[in-house]
Design a protein around this ligand. Structure first.
Ligand SMILES: [Ca+2]
Length: 313
């Protein structure tokens, strides 16, 4: 392995030398450019080969451990890798900057099987919780803004995933009895308003509520309605104001007539529409709509169109 890497590095150095040679011996700019492009593509090729060889070295110095446990009727198989960096550095003949973390290290695979089939798989570290009525599996997908995935596994036959949600950001869905009736519900932050006429930070994140009903979750219109009313009453009225933008470069595509749409306003109106309380949504919009803005009906119809994009509509 080490010899192979030295050979590859030698090719790279020779490539660089011949580049210099042709530069001094030729005045033809075009042929020089061609030569540079050719050498660059060769360097890329050697780089690819180097990573392949290096990846093989890392793999040869990595041990995998499979941990099998049970989760009620389910079997949880978790594979963890351990990269030996003394071994890797010795075989490759040099030390890396970081000394760790080439390819995947740590949890590389999580599989959950029911008695009859595979019901879950993730290549990310997964949090496993017994939440009484269900098992909850959660993992973070990574990325600057994204996303937590929650999967609810049934404790009753047929044993399967009854609910999967990818939430925005690093928060899981909330599972609790929101209305003290003895039955728990799921609070989901609906992601369908992200980037609707707003920036990422200015986007509305309306909360809706789901109830368990005959083996699956469905929208709880009543609870979604109650929570929208709570939000309406408990929000500082300042947060329902359309503020004028200093520099609106969106040409009407974002905000409304040069104003930011208050995200709290959508966070009340969208759940009201979801709960089929459109009359109350309209009444609330009428109360909050400023005199200096126009096309309120168009605004409401566009907002409603967006609500209907929700997977829970
Ligand atoms: Ca409840």
């Amino acid at each position: 392995m080490r010899d192979l890497i030295i050979t590859l590095l030698t090719f790279l150095i020779l490539g660089a030398c011949s580049n210099e040679e042709s530069y001094t011996s030729s005045n033809n700019e075009e042929s020089l450019n061609k030569k540079i492009i050719m050498l660059e593509s060769e360097v890329e090729r050697y780089r690819d080969q180097f990573y392949k060889v290096y990846g093989n070295i890392v793999e040869s110095c990595t041990t995998y451990e499979e941990d099998i446990s049970t989760l009620g009727p389910y079997t949880l198989i978790q594979t963890t890798s351990d990269q030996d960096w003394d071994c890797i550095n010795q075989l490759s003949g040099y030390e890396t900057f970081t000394g760790e973390g080439f390819l995947k290290d740590g949890v590389t695979d999580v599989i959950v099987n029911s008695p009859t089939k595979q019901v879950f798989r993730s290549v990310r570290e997964t949090k496993v919780q017994d939440i009484e009525e269900f098992y909850l599996l959660s993992y973070f997908t990574g990325g600057a803004w994204c996303c937590t995935v929650d999967v609810f596994l049934s404790k009753e036959p047929p044993y399967e995933a009854v609910f999967t949600e990818q939430s925005y950001g690093d928060s899981s869905v909330v599972w609790k009895d929101f209305d003290d009736d003895g039955e728990k519900e799921i609070e989901v932050i609906d992601t369908n308003f992200i980037h609707w006429r707003a920036s990422t930070a200015g986007s509305a994140l309306p909360a809706i509520y789901l109830e368990y009903y005959y083996d699956s979750f469905r929208l709880s219109k009543e609870l979604t309605y109650i929570k929208a009313l709570e939000k309406m009453q408990n929000t500082d009225p300042e947060r329902f104001i359309f503020h004028e933008r200093v520099n609106d470069l969106s040409e009407g595509l974002s905000g409304w007539q040069g104003h930011d749409i208050p995200s709290s306003l959508i966070e009340v109106i969208a759940p009201l529409i979801m709960a089929r309380r459109e009359d109350e949504a309209r009444k609330f919009l009428n109360e909050k709509w400023p005199d200096h803005l126009t096309d309120k009906e168009l605004f409401l119809s566009l907002l409603k169109e967006q609500v209907e994009q929700s997977q829970y509509w």
